[in-house]
Design a protein around this ligand. Structure first.
Ligand SMILES: Cc1cc2nc3c(=O)[nH]c(=O)nc-3n(C[C@H](O)[C@H](O)[C@H](O)COP(=O)(O)OP(=O)(O)OC[C@H]3O[C@@H](n4cnc5c(N)ncnc54)[C@H](O)[C@@H]3O)c2cc1C
Ligand code: FES
Length: 261
């Protein structure tokens, strides 16, 4: 883990409320593993002490990128920053996805909205290509599908309003595929909590392994403040673990959803 000032190379709108930011981060970029995140201090946001966590989307040489949605003050201010401006970044942080082994289980990726950002490096570094199930409310919430196809992955799109791909929830498309497909598959998911719960439930019902990247609010991002804890099964009960340190990726069988906040 490194803390460094990084310089923005580009920061451009992708679709609607989504932006892609590329930053020169020579100390962080080479260390990144799939599913890890960066904790970003948006320097023009002077009154905000807290950093914002973002999955590391892509890495190339000494640069890395994030793919983010403008939802509040921090991301709004970030979207107005431009090339040459600086951010303070801590990264790479957290425990990411397990990269599939050659000849191992076939990976099925499940993403809602900006969840695609957490899964890109996994898709790129996996020797085994599989299917990426991508869901969103509307067409504009479907991100970077062509980049996944370019990596050799099959991409299946669902939108809740039917404006792109199949109409429905991403988990419905996933279930349909799981019912007809062969055994020996593993799920990897990132997206809104209800989607993650549904993926975890499907995995349990069909006895499939699954890794889920949880989206919890964070304070410090480095394991100190305990803002981000989630209940994880331990012995006959459960214990709290930190999303920023032991996660954000957890084995779905370990998450004690019944005890979650
Ligand atoms: C591990 C991880 C990876 C993430 N990756 C991405 C990504 O790749 N792209 C993306 O667009 N977003 C991602 N998020 C969510 C992102 O951190 C929030 O959207 C962002 O912090 C909102 O900041 P804001 O100031 O615009 O919103 P505000 O609502 O004004 O933020 C107020 C506070 O709440 C926190 N907060 C608000 N929403 C979230 C949230 N969903 N998760 C965590 N903290 C939140 C903020 O950090 C801030 O401290 C990720 C979150 C986590 C935990
Ligand atoms: S955010 Fe502080 S312990 Fe995880």
């Amino acid at each position: 883990m490194v803390e460094q000032m990084v310089q923005i190379v580009s920061n451009e709108r992708d679709t609607d409320l989504y932006f892609r930011l590329v930053a020169r981060a020579p100390q962080i970029a080479p260390l990144v593993q799939p599913g890890q995140f960066a904790h970003v201090r948006i320097l023009p946001l002077k009154h905000a002490l807290l950093r914002r966590p973002f999955s590391i989307f892509q890495v190339s040489g000494d640069t890395l990128s994030i793919l983010y949605k403008t939802i509040g003050e921090g991301t709004e201010v970030l979207s107005r920053m431009g090339p040459g401006e600086e951010l303070s970044m801590i990264g790479p942080l957290g425990h990411g996805f397990t990269v599939p082994q050659p000849g191992g289980e076939v990976p099925l990726l499940v993403a809602g909205g900006y969840g695609m950002a957490a899964l890109y490096l996994l898709a790129q570094r996996s020797p085994q290509k599989g299917i990426a199930f991508v869901g969103g409310r509307r067409r504009v919430d479907i991100l970077c599908q062509e980049e996944f196809r370019a990596l050799g992955w099959e991409v299946r799109v669902t939108t809740e309003d039917g404006s792109h791909g199949e109409k429905g929830l991403v988990t419905q498309a996933l279930l349909a595929a799981l019912r007809v497909g062969a055994p020996g598959r593993k799920l990897f998911a990132c997206g809104p909590t209800p989607m993650l719960k549904a993926v975890g439930q499907l995995a349990a019902e069909l006895n499939l392994p699954a890794e889920l990247s949880l989206d919890e609010h964070m304070g410090c991002g480095v394991g100190v403040c305990l803002t981000c804890v989630v209940p994880i099964k331990a012995g006959d009960g459960w214990e709290y673990q930190r999303t920023c340190t032991e996660g954000p990726v957890f084995d779905s069988r370990q998450i004690a959803w019944e005890a979650a906040k």
